[in-house]
Design a protein around this ligand. Structure first.
Ligand code: PDD
Length: 289
């Protein structure tokens, strides 16, 4: 099988030909940031918002951004020219390769930029129709979860808890309140009102989360952004996960117990339809949109 074309420091080349120094601070320290941008029919979903979030992550770790938003969009376009169909574009920028290992951030390094594209692993029809199982855990990650950092050990260990339980995600609580899941944001619904956790340093501000609240507003679905107590999650009528690859997905069991009636609820079906409609309009829009 031929290796897919990937992007490394401005060059397009087969993925299996890319070589990264073991001294790269991304490898040694997880000193880097990333984005995952979905592309439907070659159109990036909310590209500007993704690259603005990348800028915010880079600002938080004092990493100089090699491209402005338009530059990033152009570079991703070069990669996507080799990847037709719906894709997940992975973009990673690390602090680069210093001469030696030292925790102190060296000055003047050139960041390492890596990108790859792979077919977008959106949920199967069965997952959408039946919903998925989730488990819960204490949020044991750090205090800077708003940075989309490649240092993902906390998220990896959190996600493994659900993998070991045969579940799709691990929903996390910090001090009795919902934060997010290992690789998704979380929404609940009670008596027809949607609620999600505030956009602070304890969660990643998901681009899908923002899109969902925009769609809810436009579709006149009531929603609240506020602290959500663990007890509210456990007694919710509906729970949803959102992410660039999961889109919006209903959670129908939590820690082995049914959520609400145990099937995807009416608010989910409405949001899912609004999301699919948004996607279809994006894919049909002119290439420059
Ligand atoms: N994860 N919270 C966390 C911890 C995440 O890792 C993600 C996404 C989200 C949702 O963000 P968005 O809607 O912008 O995808 C929330 C990506 C997809 C990943 O790491 O693969």
């Amino acid at each position: 099988m031929t290796s897919p074309i990937a992007y490394f420091n401005g060059e397009l080349l087969p993925l299996d030909r890319i070589r990264i120094s073991p001294l790269d601070r991304g490898f040694i320290f997880g000193d880097g940031v990333y984005e995952v941008v979905p592309a439907y029919g070659g159109k990036l979903l909310r590209a500007r918002e993704h690259f603005k979030r990348l800028q915010r992550s880079m600002d938080e770790i004092a990493l100089a951004n090699p491209h402005a938003v338009d530059g990033w969009i152009a570079e991703v376009g070069r990669l996507l020219a080799h990847h037709p169909g719906d894709q997940a574009v992975y973009i990673q920028v690390t602090r680069g390769v210093p001469p030696k290992r030292d925790h102190v951030i060296p000055k003047g390094l050139t960041p390492t930029v890596f990108m790859m594209a792979s077919p977008l692993p959106t949920p199967s029809r069965e997952m959408v129709e039946k919903g998925v199982a989730c488990v819960t855990a204490k949020d044991f990650r750090w205090e800077k979860c708003h940075i989309k950092s490649t240092s993902l050990l906390g998220n990896v260990l959190a996600r493994q808890i659900s993998a070991d339980a045969g579940a799709t995600e691990t929903i996390l609580f910090r001090d009795g309140f919902l934060t997010e899941a290992a690789a998704s944001n979380v929404f609940i619904v009670k008596d027809g009102v949607v609620a999600c956790a505030p956009q602070d340093n304890h969660i990643l501000l998901g681009i899908t989360y923002e899109l969902l609240t925009d769609l809810a507003r436009a579709g006149k679905v009531r929603y609240e952004i506020r602290p959500v107590a663990e007890a509210e999650v456990r007694s919710a009528d509906e729970i949803w996960l959102t992410s660039s690859t999961k889109e919006v997905l209903a959670v129908t069991t939590l820690d082995g117990k049914p959520v609400g009636s145990g099937v995807p609820g009416p608010a989910f079906r409405r949001m899912h339809a609004l999301f699919q409609d948004y996607k279809a309009r994006l894919a049909a829009a002119p290439a420059t949109a």
